[in-house]
Design a protein around this ligand. Structure first.
Ligand code: ADP
Length: 207
């Protein structure tokens, strides 16, 4: 990772409020790099990951428009860890490459990578200066995702089971934002952390 810019990894379980928090930091002028968005770009029509995906999984996973057939791939890897690993072995190095380019090109004081599975995918923690976890109760997570995505309780629970548990994520955290209840409290915490990060970024630049 480019050592010139101060970097954070922002993570949290599904529905914890990662996007909500990332938007707050973005409004303060922080550069945000969303790794899910990068993964999407890599697998959309003309994306860099497509030749390897076609070679590994076959044409059945490529849609008529040349993009990865997301629904088919999701079904294929959801309950098969070995197949999921094959997909990740293609995507992770490419995502890494793209995030490094973003870090090299940013003009912002510091940069936040939004990485939903930061805790689960081992090496991310070593690639950022600090890990920021958005935390909320599991019942809150469940409720939010059921509402946002129109999913059943069982469907959301199945997704949550593929993710690290709350305690495991908190153990990896340098900083935590508790996102329960009113967003104005979250806004204040974001502002406090932003000042802290600007200071850290400044100290790093002086070195
Ligand atoms: P993530 O990116 O971690 O999946 P989001 O930021 O998309 O989570 O939040 C999940 C859903 O919950 C969104 O619809 C969002 O608007 C809503 N949400 C997030 N935080 C709060 C909050 N403090 N109060 C009410 N709704 C919230």
């Amino acid at each position: 990772m480019n050592s010139k810019v101060f970097t954070l990894g922002l993570t949290g379980g599904i529905g914890s409020g990662k996007s909500t928090v990332a938007n707050m930091f973005a409004r303060l002028g922080t550069a945000i790099v969303d790794t899910d968005l990068i993964a999407h770009q890599l697998t959309t029509t003309g994306g860099k990951a497509l030749p390897a995906i076609r070679a590994q999984f076959g044409a059945a996973y490529i849609a008529a428009d040349g993009a990865m057939d997301r629904a088919a791939m999701r079904r294929h890897v959801f309950s098969d860890p070995a197949e999921r690993q094959k997909l990740e072995a293609i995507l992770h190095p490419l995502i890494r490459q793209e995030t490094e380019i973003a870090a090299q090109n940013t003009e912002a004081a510091y940069l936040i990578f939004v990485v939903p599975l930061l805790v689960e995918s081992g090496n991310w923690k070593n690639r950022v200066h600090r890990v920021l976890v958005v935390d909320c109760d599991e019942a809150t997570q469940l409720q939010r995702v059921m509402t946002r995505n129109g999913l059943s309780e069982a469907q959301v629970k199945a997704i949550m089971e593929t993710q690290a548990g709350r305690q495991q994520r908190l153990q990896a955290a340098d900083d935590v934002i508790v996102n329960e209840g009113d967003l104005s409290g979250v806004e204040a915490r974001v502002m406090q952390l932003h000042r802290h990060y600007l200071q850290m970024a400044g100290t790093m630049r002086e070195k």
